[in-house]
Write a protein that binds this ligand. Structure first.
Ligand code: PMV
Length: 327
């Protein structure tokens, strides 16, 4: 019985990926840059079933066997990987545990598909390097490409399956940089990231500007990382998040992930900054806000958020590692 076990951490994009150039290969329209987080991760066991078995493939998430409809994306993904290596469509059992509280407002798809890709290659004992692993993760979810590495990671958009890969920038950064995931709103997102991206790519007149600015943002962010410049990192991250959310307002029809509490949090970050407590925000395809700050300000920022936003749940994270085999 062959089984692969892997752990991958989630990542937060500091320069966002927003738009696909190829839906099937999940090639992005723009390069992006992220920070892998230590506090949130996914553990996955991928077990190949004996050929003689009558048991069907299954996928369980946090010990709950998923219905066929919710397993479809995962099953299709495994078939894609099997086809890629000309393997038979063996049956399998996937057991996944997400250590990513939904309340944190962090997408678990980045850690989920990175862990699944690693568990898959381990079960089949495929000789795959990290670059290939980042391609495999990308086929599951774009942001998973970056979770193969720890620390600061760039996803080079590339032009095809071969060169659209993640590259580590610094896997063990020493910069004082924390992320506070603030749970401000439970509203389930009305529009998936895939649908949101498609809408802006197809309809926003500003999409070309977004692409140019994102590439520039990646270059500038790499300079800021090299210079250990917290202020520049935070400023650039905030600008990228604002540009992504502004772009959504310019789609036709327009849409937004922002809720009233999100704006409240943005204003609070601005206020804190004016008061000398340096912090910045970033927001993904949902209403929750993540704060970038330095260790010495964590306590004060946490207290101010709890005061102003009604005892919200806040989880602190810092740099996490790349994907690993568990065993
Ligand atoms: O890869 P997806 O479909 O989870 O999309 C990720 C989109 C953002 O989180 C908003 C940006 C990013 O680069 O991770």
């Amino acid at each position: 019985m062959r089984i692969g076990k892997a752990r991958a951490h989630t990542n937060i994009a500091l320069i966002k990926y927003w738009g696909k150039a190829n839906n099937q290969l999940k090639l992005p329209q723009n390069s992006s840059l992220s920070m892998t987080l230590d506090a949130f991760y996914t553990d996955t066991n991928f077990q190949l079933l004996e050929q003689s078995t009558t048991t069907e493939s299954s996928f369980s998430l946090n010990n709950v066997v998923q219905e066929p409809a919710s397993s479809r994306r995962v099953f299709d993904y495994i078939e894609t990987l099997q086809d890629r290596y000309r393997l038979p469509h063996d049956k399998f059992k996937i057991q996944t545990t997400n250590h990513v509280p939904t309340s944190a407002g962090l997408a678990s798809s980045s850690s989920a598909f990175a862990a699944l890709a690693q568990a898959f290659v381990a079960a089949y004992q495929l000789d795959v390097d990290k670059q290939e692993l980042s391609r495999l993760a990308r086929l599951g979810s774009g942001s998973a490409t970056r979770s193969i590495y720890g620390g600061f990671v760039e996803w080079q958009k590339g032009t095809d399956d071969q060169d659209s890969i993640a590259m580590p920038i610094d896997e063990q950064p020493t910069i004082d940089l924390c992320l506070l995931a603030v749970e401000i709103n439970f509203a389930s997102k009305g529009i998936s990231s895939t649908a949101g991206m498609q809408q802006v790519v197809n309809t926003s007149p500003y999409y070309g500007v977004w692409r140019t600015e994102a590439e520039r943002g990646v270059i500038q962010m790499k300079q800021a990382i090299k210079a250990n410049d917290f202020t520049a990192i935070g400023t650039l991250a905030e600008r990228s998040a604002l540009a992504m959310h502004a772009l959504n307002f310019t789609a036709n029809p327009p849409f937004t992930y922002l809720e009233p509490e999100t704006i409240h949090a943005i204003k609070l970050v601005e206020q804190l900054r004016i008061q000398g407590i340096e912090c910045y925000f970033t927001i993904d395809a949902g209403p929750n806000v993540k704060i970038l700050c330095q260790l010495r300000n964590v306590k004060e920022i946490t207290e101010r958020f709890k005061e102003e936003l009604g005892n919200v749940n806040i989880i602190k994270a810092s740099f996490g590692p790349g994907v690993i085999n568990l065993d």
